[in-house]
Design a protein around this ligand. Structure first.
Ligand code: OGA
Ligand code: NI
Length: 345
C-alpha cells in the first residue's frame, strides 16, 4: 500500500489492519501527563535590540534547552498567511492522485523529492500511520511541480525558517557562553552549502488511534527542527520520563534541539525523544524543517565545551560526517536515540 491516506479512503475501515498495530514498549500510555507545558520563547525579544530583554530571553533559551530540548516560539515574524498557504499547499499535495505523486515514490535518501509512507517500510516491523513528503530545500532548492504555486510558497517558507534558525542559533550560542556567531560559523549554517530538509507529515484519521502510531519515539538529526502543524494536536515530548502532549498556541512554532546539537555541545543540550500519536477525528498535518551544516561537515563536540571540571579534554561522542549520520538513521527503523548511541565514547 503506497499510503495510509489511500488505505483510509479505500473503504469503510473500522479497525486498524494488523501490520499497523503498534505495541508500546517501555514507554507506556499510563505515563502521559497533561500537567506540564513546554517553555515559550518570545522571538521578538531576541531581535528587539534591547540588551536587557535579549539577555532575559537567552536565559530562557538556556533553561529550555537544558530542561526540555523543546520550546514554543511566538512573535517570530513569519506571516500567518504564509503558514496557512504552506499547510494548504501541503494538504493539496497529499490530495493529488496517486499517479501524480508516483514520480516521487520509491526514491532514495538524497533524491531531491520523495514521498512515501511509514519511515522505512523495508525494515519497519510495524507500519506507521503516517505518509510523508521530504524535500531537500537547501543548498539546492527543489519543489514538487504540483499543486501549482507550491514551489513559490515552499521557497519563501524555507527561507523564513532558515533565518529563524540562525537567529535562534545565535541566542543558543550565547546561552552556552560562546560568541553569538559560534554555532552559525562552526557549522556554516548561514553558508550557501548548509543543509535544510523539509519533512511534511500527513496522519490520516485512524479508527483505533490507541492501537497505532504516527511516529514512534525518536530524536531528530540536525541542529534544530522547526515544526508547525494544522489545528490538530498529536506531538508528545519525553520529559522527566513522562510523555507531555503539546498543544501549541495558534501561529506558534515548535523548536527542538537535534542530535547534532547534542554532539556539538558534548551533551550539554540533549536532543529530546518525541513521538506523534494519531486521532480518529481528522487528518493531522505537520511540517518540519531540519537545519544542519553542509552535508560533508564532520560534526564533533566543540573544543570549547568538552573540557571537564578538572580541565581534562573529554569528548563524549565521536565525530561523524553529517551525510553519514543521515544515512545511518535512514537505514534503520526509528527507535529512540539509537543512532546517537553509535557515537557515544
Ligand atoms: C518529525 C516529527 C512530529 C509531529 O517529523 O520528526 O517528530 O508532530 N514530527 O508530526
Ligand atoms: Ni521528530
Amino acid at each position: 500500500m503506497f499510503s495510509v491516506k489511500q488505505l483510509v479512503e479505500s473503504g469503510c475501515l473500522t479497525s486498524v489492519p494488523p501490520k499497523y498495530v503498534f505495541k508500546n514498549t517501555e514507554s507506556d500510555d499510563c505515563m502521559v501527563t497533561e500537567l506540564e507545558a513546554i517553555p515559550t520563547i518570545d522571538f521578538s525579544l531576541l531581535t528587539s535590540g534591547n540588551p536587557d530583554e535579549r539577555s532575559k530571553v537567552i536565559n530562557e533559551l538556556r533553561n529550555a534547552c537544558q530542561e526540555w530540548g523543546f520550546f514554543m516560539v511566538i512573535n517570530h515574524g513569519v506571516p500567518e498567511t504564509l503558514r496557512k498557504e504552506m499547510i494548504r499547499a501541503t494538504k493539496d499535495f497529499f490530495d493529488l492522485a496517486g499517479e501524480e505523486k508516483q514520480q516521487y515514490t520509491g526514491k532514495k535518501l538524497f533524491d531531491p523529492i520523495r514521498c512515501g509512507t511509514s519511515f522505512n517500510p523495508k525494515v519497519d516491523k510495524v507500519l506507521l500511520w503516517r505518509d510523508y513528503l521530504k524535500v531537500h530545500v537547501h543548498p539546492h532548492f527543489s519543489a514538487p511541480n504540483k499543486p501549482s504555486g507550491f514551489g513559490k510558497v515552499l521557497k519563501e517558507y524555507c527561507k523564513r525558517t532558515r533565518e529563524m534558525a540562525s537567529e535562534l542559533l545565535k541566542g543558543i550560542s550565547e546561552s552556552l557562553g560562546l560568541e553569538e556567531s559560534y554555532i552559525n560559523e562552526k557549522m556554516a549554517v548561514e553558508s550557501a552549502d548548509s543543509h535544510q530538509l523539509l519533512v511534511a507529515n500527513m496522519y490520516p484519521p485512524c479508527p483505533q488511534p490507541e492501537l497505532s502510531m504516527g511516529l514512534p519515539p525518536h530524536s531528530d538529526h540536525g541542529l534544530l527542527t522547526i515544526l508547525m502543524q494544522n489545528e490538530l494536536a498529536g506531538l508528545q515530548v519525553m520529559h522527566n520520563a513522562k510523555w507531555v502532549p503539546i498543544n501549541p498556541l495558534p501561529n506558534s512554532f515548535l523548536v527542538n534541539t537535534g542530535d547534532h546539537m547534542e554532539i556539538l555541545t558534548n551533551g550539554k543540550y540533549k536532543s529530546v525523544v518525541h513521538r506523534a500519536v494519531v486521532n480518529d477525528k481528522a487528518a493531522r498535518i505537520s511540517i518540519g524543517t531540519a537545519h544542519g551544516p553542509p552535508l560533508d561537515t564532520i560534526v564533533s563536540p566543540a573544543a570549547e565545551l568538552v573540557t571537564n571540571f578538572v580541565g581534562q579534554f573529554s569528548p563524549a561522542y565521536r565525530g561523524i560526517k553529517y551525510k553519514e549520520y543521515l544515512e545511518l538513521q535512514q537505514s534503520k527503523s526509528l527507535n529512540g536515540k539509537s543512532c546517537l548511541d553509535h557515537l557515544r565514547l
